[in-house]
Write a protein that binds this ligand. Sequence first.
Ligand code: SF4
Ligand code: SF4
Length: 284
Amino acid sequence: MIKKSYLYKKFYIEITNQCNLNCDFCHNTKRPLAMLLPRGFQYILNEIKPFGNNLYLHVKGEPLLHPKLKEFLDIAAANNCQVNLVTNGSLLDNYQSDFFNHPALKKISISLHSLDFNRLSETEYFKKIILLINHSKCYLELRIWDYNLLNQSSKLRKFVALIEEYFQINFLNENFKINSRISVSYERKFIWPTNFENNQLKYGRCLAYKLMLAVLVDGNVVPCCLDGEANLVLGNIFETKISQIMLNSRYQKMIAGFKNNQIVEPLCQNCDYRLRFEKTPRNI
Ligand code: SF4
Ligand code: SF4
């Protein structure tokens, strides 16, 4: 039996694992490249709805690349689900303003830390972001998920200067709101857990299992958005009911381990993302 407490705050559904960029901190996936079909998305929503309706349309991949993205938003709205988009921002002007005011859209997060891997100049990028800011009424988050980048990237600094001038503000070195709708999020850089030979930490906790579950583009279910290479597949949602997948013994052992301060899975033993759930001092 599934306990009532299995209500996830975030459901990641990877609608594509393709990206138009290749950031050095985000290796292209070794999994076959694919795009989810709308009927597959509908099937996934039918399965997961009892366990959460706050969707993120990525694990790996750039969701704005998907030609059926608007259809996914329509399906989400019809199923009372909210959608959060995390995008590198380079394709924003492929969409019209009505897309950015879709009733299913809750928040759009733009990964500014991808700017150095983008051929666009800071001015071209700025124009796209301002277009979004002016056309959308949903919450917007500007992410700099590497504290050190403002010191290291002159392109990012120039972009930030354009935003500062536009809004007549100064960027802070911590999370802050530009206004009631737009915020800036800083985080430490995380490393995708792919190398299982180092840092095999056996003790510690992670709260991700309480917050999220992720469905990859081929239907494989993994415990969190950090398993971009499908190292810990709990089952396939197109073959097994999600309620059954959640009872997967490996998953249950992983959760029991975290409750006892033990890191059971090699994936987790090599993951530093879990530290985000702890209060760590910033290194700005
Ligand atoms: S970080 Fe984002 S933009 Fe960069 S390669 Fe990964 S998915 Fe693409
Ligand atoms: S330790 Fe990392 S990989 Fe493991 S559940 Fe937590 S966030 Fe996911």
